[in-house]
Design a protein around this ligand. Structure first.
Ligand SMILES: [Zn+2]
Length: 403
């Protein structure tokens, strides 16, 4: 069994899910290989994490999720840019993004501020795309060793970003150590990560899959900072990935004013019992009840001969489908805008993915939205489906049909 990825202490199991296929493995082939997955917490620092350790190449070399695709994402980026202006970003700033995906974000910064930007991403397909659009991207996994090479060539950076990547790391201390090495004396490290608070409080167990190795709180980020000569200066709660924290981090030797929000959120986490063994272990019962309720709801619809399809072939959708043992007796199709996924099968559940343009009332009575974090966007986009009598199902916090 793996030890805690932050402090190396022993882990204790919260729930064992058995085996699932990798949620990013969209392919035309059925019967994909499945891997064990279980949720655990550290008995010392309480960091919540899966215990399985898969090779990163298996998970991220050919990643199909492109930042450019979702509108809600672009909105979040604009919000971040406003904040960066206040922090003094300019044409003299040097910017590094870890896990820069297809380069969409730093491309905007480059255009708007004329700053020097550098991306790092392990996915060959995405790094290639970014480079072809003149956003210089190193096609590697970021770690301390790579940070030393980058430092030799590019020196220090004023802004370093790591958005939605810390949760994906087998050794999160490596990224913090690497950032500490590359950050200029008064530089800012901006990190975004889904907040454990929402995952536990809103029962978001569809967030649990092999790519999501750690489930972070502000406390766990604070613990990582302290171990690596960094400090959290400020934090925002943002509406990304079902609720995330955006942390502003500096070197710890710099005397900076620390925002009151940091203590506030640390206290909220403590009061919400995110670090209580008893409460963490209760998560299993909540998950099992949700699965039971969802099945009962679908069974009733199928008894009335309703045709149900899914909208959103996101990673979390694939985890949800597999935990709920969804198959083609229940669901006819999965609709998704990503051209990279269309025509392929959902991993582990083998349902065909189609272009949402093919979505009609003849084919679908109920549309289960599994990319529920962008449900407003999807509902707005599918107005015609609704006008013609189609209905939406939202799975969280409780499965329900929208009226
Ligand atoms: Zn620990």
């Amino acid at each position: 069994m793996t030890c805690c990825r932050i402090c190396n202490f022993k882990l204790k199991k919260i729930i064992d899910f058995g085996k699932i296929a990798l949620v990013g493995n969209f392919s035309k082939k059925k019967n994909q290989r499945k891997y064990k997955i279980s949720l655990n917490y550290c008995q010392s620092c309480k960091h919540v994490q899966i215990s399985e350790h898969l090779k990163p190449d298996l998970l991220f070399k050919n990643y199909l999720w492109e930042t450019g695709v979702s509108k809600s994402n672009l909105y979040l980026l604009n919000d971040l840019i406003k904040r960066l202006k206040k922090s003094g970003i300019s044409k003299n700033s040097k910017i590094l993004e870890i896990a820069s995906n297809d380069g969409s974000f730093i491309k905007i910064l480059k255009k708007q501020f004329k700053s020097f930007v550098l991306g790092i991403d392990p996915a060959q397909n995405l790094a290639k795309k970014a480079n072809s659009e003149k956003v210089f991207t190193i096609n590697k996994f970021f770690n301390f060793n790579l940070s030393k090479k980058i430092q030799k060539k590019f020196r220090k950076f004023d802004f370093i970003f790591a958005r939605n990547v810390v949760a994906h790391l087998n050794n999160p201390n490596e990224i913090f150590k690497g950032v500490e090495n590359l950050l200029s004396e008064d530089g800012i490290f901006i990190l975004e990560v889904p907040h454990l608070l929402n995952i536990i409080k809103q029962n978001q167990y569809d967030n649990i899959f092999h790519e999501h190795i750690g489930f972070h709180s502000l406390k766990s980020i604070n613990d990582l900072c302290k171990r690596n000569k960094l400090q959290v200066l400020d934090v925002d709660l943002i509406n990304s990935q079902g609720g995330s924290i955006r942390c502003f981090i500096s070197k710890s030797k710099i005397e900076n004013k620390i925002s009151k929000k940091v203590d506030n959120i640390l206290n909220i986490e403590k009061r919400s019992k995110l670090f209580s063994n008893k409460d963490l272990e209760k998560f299993e019962i909540k998950i099992k009840k949700h699965i039971k309720d969802f099945k009962a709801m679908i069974k009733k619809l199928k008894k009335n001969k309703k045709k149900i399809s899914i909208y959103g072939a996101s990673g979390k959708g694939q985890a949800f489908m597999q935990f709920n043992k969804i198959d083609n007796k229940i669901i006819d199709y999965v609709f998704d805008k990503s051209k990279l996924k269309q025509g392929k099968l959902t991993p582990g559940t083998n349902i065909k993915i189609l272009n949402p343009k093919l979505l009609t009332r003849q084919k679908v009575d109920y549309l289960l939205i599994l990319s529920w974090n962008i449900k407003e966007e999807i509902i707005k986009q599918e107005t015609n489906f609704r006008k013609n009598g189609g209905k939406f199902i939202i799975p969280f916090p409780r499965p329900k049909v929208l009226n």
